[in-house]
Design a binder for this molecule. Structure first.
Ligand code: SAM
Ligand code: SF4
Ligand code: SF4
Length: 372
């Protein structure tokens, strides 16, 4: 039986947020680099910490049960606040925004947020890329509405095609069929290529690796195989449950020969491969076996407006306080930009590069709260 680490402290926020004024230097807007010289290019925004799935590797039922304290609605950033912060990040050079969660499509009227963010596309140096990651459970109903609001790119998570395996992994008995319908609806609404995320866990869904590759070959969709990570403190992660990406590639290549593709841009998370017979491409995300911290350009904005500089961080920086403090309007746009600049400039995170047997037990925020 797997031993679980049940957090003794509030697993969402292990430490109080740092006050933004702890940092002193203020770099010029658009010219940001952290302490390791990494620019700020990607922002992941969690729009809810709630989810209708209980994937065993992310929100295990034993922890995320009826007693779990999810955020109150009044704690969440409003769409107006998210759009305001997103604009400040774009002025700082962010080129990619991903809406995530929890399950982002559970947030009411999410298409309205997408419509509010769409004008930012043309306001930075390069065109802003806006994407969404979803478990696909309600996508069949919502795909067209999201596309109409301006969403062009979507990632759908699906951990296998075998129904019994998938139901066990989402742990709410959700069927594969409905997620596949969501993927079809996204494609029909023009959000192509659809990316499909599969977390691979040893002894749980290894058999689904080749099945997923076979199913989606030739469809134009891109399956990305993700190494199971030690995010948060509740999933009972063990190194021996990680299937390294090189093994994933080997298994697929035995049936469908592969060749590597160049990265499209520096800091791309997935390593890209294509089928030699021209039937499309796949990706592998190897944050355990091959850490990519040195190119990490990602920041994460939690559902309640705390800025996290690493997926494995335990402390966020309270941007909501800046928006809501100092009277009805909060701080000016310039002050907010300055605060973001100061926070990013002090960043030195590189958890995956420093991972040891001991680090999984360190306090960390949960992925469902910080945004995957
Ligand atoms: N609920 C949405 C979904 O599942 O797509 C969005 C949020 S989820 C946290 C974002 C991504 O993180 C998903 O593709 C999920 O499979 C992945 N993920 C969650 N826990 C993980 C873990 N322990 N290791 C690797 N990936 C994980
Ligand atoms: Fe929910 Fe996504 Fe986490 Fe699964 S991975 S529990 S769908 S937030
Ligand atoms: Fe970036 Fe942190 Fe992941 Fe390293 S561990 S790639 S710094 S999010």
């Amino acid at each position: 039986m797997t031993s679980r680490v049940i957090p003794l402290i509030d697993s969402r926020v292990a430490m109080p947020p740092r006050a933004v004024h702890e940092y002193v230097e203020t770099p010029a807007v658009g010219d940001l680099a952290d302490k390791l010289g990494r620019p700020l290019r990607d922002l992941r925004i969690s729009v809810t910490d709630r989810c209708n799935f209980r994937c065993t590797y992310c929100m295990p039922k034993e922890v995320f049960d009826s007693d779990y304290r999810f955020l109150r609605h009044s704690d969440l950033l409003t769409f107006e606040e998210i759009a305001r912060l997103a604009a400040a990040f774009v002025r700082h050079g962010v080129e990619k925004i991903r809406l995530t969660g929890g399950e982002p499509l559970l947030r009411k009227d999410l298409h309205k947020l997408i419509a509010m963010l769409s004008p930012l596309r043309t306001q930075g140096g390069n065109e802003l890329d806006i994407a969404l990651t979803t478990n696909g459970s309600v996508l069949a109903r919502k795909a067209q509405q999201l596309a109409d609001a301006g969403l062009k790119r979507i990632t759908v998570s699906l951990d296998g095609l075998d129904d019994a395996t998938f139901r066990r992994m989402n742990d709410v008995d959700f069927p594969v069929r409905d997620v596949l319908a969501g993927i079809d609806a996204a494609a029909a609404a023009g959000m192509t290529p659809v990316k499909i995320n599969m977390v691979v866990k040893r002894g749980v869904n290894e058999r689904e690796i080749v099945a997923m590759a076979r199913h989606f070959r030739g469809t134009g969709h891109i399956v990305r195989f993700i190494e199971y990570m030690d995010v948060g403190t509740s999933n009972g992660w063990r190194m021996d449950e990680v299937v390294p990406s090189r093994e994933v590639l080997q298994r697929i290549a035995e049936e469908f020969p592969l060749e590597p593709l160049d990265a499209r841009y520096s800091g791309e998370v997935a390593e890209r491969w294509r089928y030699r017979d021209g039937q499309g491409e796949i990706g592998v995300i190897s944050s355990v076996s091959q850490a990519f911290c040195r190119d990490c350009t990602r920041a994460r904005l939690s559902t309640e407006g705390k800025l996290y500089l690493c997926l494995f961080a335990h402390q966020g920086h309270d941007l909501r306080a800046l928006l809501r403090g100092n009277g009805a309007q909060g701080l000016t746009e310039k002050k907010i930009e300055e605060a973001i600049g100061r926070i990013w400039s002090a960043r030195a995170d590189r958890y995956s590069e420093l991972r040891t047997e001991a680090t999984p037990a360190m306090p960390k925020v949960e992925m469902s709260y910080i945004g995957g």
